[in-house]
Write a protein that binds this ligand. Sequence first.
Ligand code: GDP
Ligand code: GDP
Length: 436
Amino acid sequence: MTKPIVAIVGRPNVGKSTIFNRIVGERISIVEDVPGVTRDRIYSPAEWLNHEFNLIDTGGIDIGDEPFLEQIRQQAEIAMDEADVIIFLVNGREGVTAADEQVAKILYRTKKPVVLGVNKIDNPDMQSMIYDFYSLGFGEPFPISGSHGLGLGDLLDEVVRSFPENEEEKIEDDVIRFSLIGRPNVGKSSLTNVFLGEERVIVSDIAGTTRDAIDSDFVHDGQKYKVIDTAGMRKKGKVYESTEKYSVLRALRAIERSDVVLVVLNGEEGIREQDKRIAGYAHDAGRGVIIVVNKWDAVEKDEKTMNRMTEEIRKNFQFLDYAPIVFVSAKTKQRVLAILETVNMVSENHTLRIQSSILNEVIEDAVTRNPAPSDKGRKLRIYYMTQVQVKPPTFVVFVNDPEIMHFSYERFLQNKLREAFGFEGTPIRLITRKRS
Ligand code: GDP
Ligand code: GDP
């Protein structure tokens, strides 16, 4: 399922980050909380009335030393490239400013829906201040107050109404969809070209989408694959392309549309902070993950080099302890096609279903050997477990009282599941529910 992307745009100080934090709120995730995943303030999953989406604060993307107007212009461009719906935010107390008009002028070029939010309308007396903003040409302005949390419901209703209809692509079961993500220049395009160069290439626009991504289909050893384009990977050149936060955003959409994500590292340069952030998104999104160390040809090696690099990766990507690591070279093509065998394996694990009877044998055995500790004098009783979902495999464990299920015991059960069924390359999720 692809989540729509919503971006907030507007000149500085109108309240973008305040609104961002309001909408994102204290979102309690069912996703396991893993230390080491650094959250990027500019992007977060969010939801409104059962509609899940990803929210971007473009104000947080800082674009070098560009002058003020150039920064706003580029942030608006990014929103137009990456988002499905744009929230254009202005400051109701200041009226329409020249900078607002600049932003509007850029946004006129987009075919994507733009919802106009007039912020800092902190009380009903101020409602009349919004009329000025009709002149921006984006229809009805929505009065809101970020600091007081007013009006956000109406604004979000409109945002959700504007989501692209049936953006859902027809997903063919027998095709494995994968993407390559990573910092600029790690070799994503080169690797893609090796995959595609070796086989008959069918490049297809995705008809009917607002997205200008280009995916490529190919067949290898009888298996069909789709390489998901990391938006614009093959049409480089915009100024903001090289900024760190933008490459993270660019990865986002590709991750959403993939079954398996190849996190590409530059073997020559080693691991950077940014690599961890990008990989963190793949993990959070519940996709299968393979760590690909590219440019291995350029690394001076002895017999220990590979082990040392593996250790480095395990230390830095603790949350990806399930991900296989492969060492390749796009330049010499060494081991690149072998990645596909790993993709097959990971995809299989990502869609693996375990029969309830077998599952419960494993759980019973685990609980007998290591009973759940009591908490506040109450004893946790585990009744049974069932798998409710694949991609990633998701299990619900029914207990007498979820409150006394301890994080470490959940971890223990997850480890038992991995011991029994492997699940190499895929995250697994465990949800604790009260048996009613
Ligand atoms: P950004 O630069 O667009 O991200 O703006 P910020 O979210 O950092 O907000 C800029 C300033 O406006 C901060 O001092 C906020 O506290 C203030 N602010 C944000 N929303 C509101 C609002 O609804 N009402 C009032 N009065 N102030 C607000
Ligand atoms: P992207 O930005 O991640 O798509 O990276 P590119 O595929 O454009 O590659 C960036 C640079 O690294 C180019 O100059 C490539 O020729 C070079 N490169 C890519 N893969 C390899 C490799 O396996 N070995 C070496 N030595 N260079 C590589």
